[in-house]
Design a protein around this ligand. Sequence first.
Ligand code: UDP
Length: 326
Amino acid sequence: MNVLVTGGAGYIGSHAVRELIRAGHTVTVLDNLSTGHRAAVDSRAHFVQGDTGDAVMVERLLVDRRIEAVLHFAAFIEVGESVQDPDKYYRNNFASPLALLGAMRAADVRKIVFSSTAAVYGNPVRVPIQEDDVRAPINPYGRSKMMTEMAIEDASKAYGLGYAILRYFNVAGASPDGTIGEAHEPESHLIPRILMAAREGRAVGIFGTDYATPDGTCIRDYIHVVDLVNAHILALEKIEEGRDAVYNLGSEKGFSVREVIDACRAATGLDIRAEEHPRRPGDPDRLIASSSRVRALGWEPQYPDMTTIISHAWKWHQTHPRGYKS
Ligand code: UDP
């Protein structure tokens, strides 16, 4: 299939580009490089620097490249920043995809795979979380993603758009060969922060030790980035017009912050120091996915265990101490 990957220079997008090419698809990447890295884009993809919100340019690109489906990754992802600057999030995570949907309609592109998030559930009513559980996001980031989900669902009903909405839990790891990986600035995610602290001989902060969990630290569900992007390819190939397709992407296993730090100690062989810090605002105690729906689609994780996820991330961090500037 001829596919457009928005945000293909980002962490998840760049892994998706590589796996799509491996699966035989022809890939065009659209990325404005505001947070992405040109060096992360596979050289076999056609790269265009630009904004997903530029409907005129996007429509032309869709037609010129004979695009049949769009995988939309381009988004901002910092919850805290979304509270400080909601406008930035509603523009990039809602208005831009809305423009993209308009361009797709004009160019008669009828399939989209959308990167959504467990943040649409807010504080979950039950764990494991199921896809039909209520959407009640508690910050502008989660709301901007929920609004785009709704726009896609409505476009499906009104115009016959085929879609898959994928709600990510905690994505981690890197390509097993260590050539592409996570390079956010600033880095807020737990596993890269532990590994960066390990490399630099610093202590990592544990944000909150008084949560309602067995060891007092938050529990999250971690999924390897390669397994995550392979679920996109499967979902893309199974899109059918008029069919609801919302999938949680997680492993159904929960790890506390302390357990993740222990796993990083085991995977790196380093004695990583940890310091107890106050809570980070807005963190729910426990987020674990029910992933039975995506498994029913035929998805099976290749790298389900935490040690493998961390070892791949560690390989990337060791070989790229300054990310793509290395
Ligand atoms: N966390 C932490 N120290 C850090 C970074 C994160 O204790 O340096 C905690 C964070 O408060 C949350 C969990 O690790 O409970 C996962 O955070 P992350 O930002 O990786 O993902 P999120 O669950 O927020 O999407």
